[in-house]
Design a protein around this ligand. Structure first.
Ligand SMILES: *Cc1c(COP(=O)(O)O)cnc(C)c1O
Length: 400
């Protein structure tokens, strides 16, 4: 018997849509020119690149020359942060949050060590920063604000529009504008992204989180933003991302974003119903579970659950043996036994936090898969708890 395989780690990455693969195919072979070459081979690639740029821009309500294609989300985040600081030219203050993805968090920690002042805004128990805290954090020497759109571990959505509105007011009275970047990797293709409506200056997306290929990202840079390259070479991508463009992957990114946006409403409704079904089932069948955010005010595809008295890693492995793929915290953090920085910031009970896994849904998941998870998960949790001395002690107590 082959075991059923259920992929519930769509926030780590997604499979590439078949239509996207088809769209990319010619650019590995028949259309291979360097987009910077002036002959017909090059011009063919350049035309395809321009088309992908126009499409990506349109889907984000940006202008084509405001889109910089990059190698991934991490790269977009780094170009945004270091690019703005490079252009500013002197040290100053940065505002971010305690729950950023490592691409932003570690960049900011590095900057702190290099002499920048950094404010890491705290979050409430739902994983959301306070707009008031943000207002208070702004200083005369603030250069950059970087706050993620939705968190990758618990799905909480940050008040990006409100922050942008506050910054607009503050910037009216300043010589040096404070720039606003958001990492929208977990929302692109899942929420309608309109850069004008959000009011941000820079926005990061990554293709492999919305059924495009790994190794392709984009950075929206609003016209007029003072940004300086962090890498040097050719004139590609407005000089911000030198290097021969990966046409096939860029085409893939644009196509995947298009498909995601076209199907957004229908997919979102289905994904939300799957998450709610799993959440309800878990809470009904398993005692001592805490759901972290993963509700209203969060993206629909993430269910972050803490199972008290067990290790998240053990649960992940047991589920994997049943063919079910989940993650502990974020994929990038797994392998380390440190508690998740996101749950710590949310002041989650540290004992419960140890037993946390993230189920993240995608457009390919089905009701039957959720039924299967609900069939095997309670038994696995029970077995693991039997091995926990704390669980057994508590059980004896409650029996008395
Ligand atoms: C996955 C992810 C990234 C990194 O994107 P890559 O393309 O894998 O480098 C950055 N930020 C968030 C919120 C993510 O979920």
């Amino acid at each position: 018997m082959t075991i059923k395989r259920v992929y519930l780690d769509n926030s780590a990455t997604t499979p590439v849509d078949e239509e996207v693969v088809k769209e990319m195919q010619p650019y590995f072979s028949s259309v291979f020119g360097n987009a910077s070459s002036f002959h017909s081979f090059g011009r063919e690639s350049k035309a395809a690149l321009d088309k992908a740029r126009a499409k990506t821009a349109e889907l984000l309500n940006a202008q084509p020359d405001e889109i910089v294609f990059t190698g991934c989300g991490t790269e977009s985040d780094n170009i945004a942060i270091f690019g703005i600081l490079n252009a500013y030219g002197k040290k100053g203050h940065i505002i971010t949050t305690q729950i950023e993805h490592h691409a932003v968090l570690y960049s900011c920690r590095h900057l702190q060590k290099s002499g920048y002042d950094v404010t890491f805004l705290p979050v409430d128990k739902n994983g959301v920063i306070s707009v008031d805290d943000f207002k208070k954090a702004v200083r005369d020497n603030t250069i950059l604000v970087t706050v993620m759109h939705a968190n990758n571990e618990v799905g909480s959505i940050q008040p990006i529009k409100e922050i942008a509105a506050i910054l607009r007011e503050i910037n009216k009275n300043r010589k040096d504008r404070i720039y606003f970047h958001t990492d929208a990797v977990q929302t692109a293709g899942k929420l309608y992204i309109d850069v004008k409506d959000l009011g941000v200056d820079l926005l990061t997306i990554s293709s492999h989180k919305f059924y495009g290929p790994k190794g392709a990202g984009a950075l929206y840079v609003k016209k007029g933003v003072n940004i300086f390259p962090v890498m040097f070479g050719g004139h590609h991508e407005n000089g911000l991302r030198p290097g021969t463009e990966n046409i096939a992957y860029i085409i893939g990114l644009a196509k995947a974003l298009e498909i995601s946006v076209v199907n957004l409403k229908e997919r979102d409704a289905r994904i939300l119903s799957l998450r709610e079904k799993l959440k309800k089932g878990i809470l009904e069948k398993i005692p001592e579970v805490t759901i972290n955010a993963s509700g209203e005010g969060a993206v629909s595809g993430i269910l972050n659950a803490s199972f008290k008295y067990i290790e998240g890693e053990s649960l992940l492995l047991k589920l994997d043996m049943k063919g079910i793929a989940v993650s502990t915290g974020s994929a990038c953090a797994s392998g380390s036994s440190e508690p998740s920085h996101v749950l710590s910031a949310m002041c989650a009970d540290p004992v419960a936090a140890q037993g946390t896994v993230r189920f993240s849904f995608g457009c390919h998941n089905t009701d039957e898969e959720v039924d299967y998870v609900l069939e095997v998960l309670p038994g696995i949790v029970e077995d693991l708890r039997k091995m926990s001395p704390v669980w057994n002690r508590n059980k004896v107590k409650s029996v008395k």
